[in-house]
Design a protein around this ligand. Structure first.
Ligand code: ADP
Ligand code: MG
Length: 263
């Protein structure tokens, strides 16, 4: 494995006495693409938020590049890790340009004006996500797919090497799902970014992932190479429902289809 960039040891989170995460351990190598899967309420979002320091665990430790996460300031952490939250409907009226520029805040001096490097980072992030044409639009006017790409643009402008995404393709139509997965794959292959995505997308996001972590009721029920997901018994254990695997083209993993009435 590449050098570890994130090490998670024995992470336990309790809310009102209930264990939301229970002794979760994993190591993420630099440049790895990891999918976090599991049913609703399994703890995927909580785990992602622990990795950005937004949730503090009751037990266990997260190390970022060998240093405990708690020893970083917000600003230091933001230069390494970007977080794309699950899409809601933002009511704010920023333009796309302003929103993506705000990604540069962790790099700005006390004058808070964008320098040449900041402008270049914003331009590159807009180009990578194919959102250049949207810069003068208000965030509130975007479609779900456009908004998701703009959030990724802001995360890229932030300039870190780790991207956390919470269900980046949920709520998107098929074309926009494909665009986001293509983008993640390009960032993974071309920019060697470390990408951690909570997802239900077993047929597109998981196949481009190196590794998968499956959670159920806060516990790890599968952790390993992504191919291991394509097993009906494992899928049934993870999601508590039956699945069928349908052969796809040569060299592609099978398609995962939830069985309805045993079919
Ligand atoms: P997932 O993202 O896998 O759907 P979450 O991490 O959002 O799961 O939630 C895991 C469990 O923790 C759920 O049962 C959820 O209701 C609970 N939970 C998460 N955050 C809170 C909170 N702030 N207060 C109370 N319960 C919470
Ligand atoms: Mg969630």
């Amino acid at each position: 494995m590449a050098e570890p960039i994130l090490e998670i040891e024995g992470l336990t989170v309790r809310i009102d006495g209930t264990k939301i995460l229970d002794d979760v351990s994993l190591t993420i190598g630099a440049g790895e693409l990891l999918s976090i899967i599991g049913p609703n309420g399994a703890g995927k979002s909580t785990l992602i938020r622990c990795l950005d320091g937004l949730v503090t665990p009751d037990r266990g430790l997260v190390r970022v590049m060998g240093r405990p996460l708690g020893s970083y300031t917000r600003r230091e952490l933001a230069r390494i890790i970007s977080y794309v939250p699950q899409t809601g409907a933002p009511s704010f009226q920023f333009t796309v340009r302003t929103f993506v520029e705000m990604g540069r805040y962790p790099h700005l001096g006390s004058w808070a004006a964008l320098g040449i490097e900041d402008v270049a980072a914003v331009r590159a992030a807009l180009a990578m996500t194919e959102t250049d044409h949207l810069v003068d639009r208000s965030m509130a006017s975007l479609s779900g797919g456009e908004r998701q790409r703009v959030f990724v643009a802001a995360a890229l402008a932030q300039g870190g090497s780790v991207l956390l995404l919470d269900e980046p393709t949920t709520y998107l139509d098929y074309r926009h799902q494909v665009q986001i997965v293509d983008l993640l794959e390009r960032l993974h292959r071309e920019q060697r970014m470390t990408i951690i995505a909570a997802t239900h997308d077993l047929n597109r996001t998981v196949p481009v992932s190196d590794t998968v972590l499956a959670l159920r009721e806060g516990r790890v029920v599968l952790y390993g190479p992504a191919e291991r997901v394509f097993d009906c018994d494992r899928l049934a254990t993870i999601y508590g429902t039956e699945f069928r695997l349908v052969p796809a083209g040569a060299g592609s993993p099978p398609l995962v289809v939830p069985a309805v009435n045993g079919r």
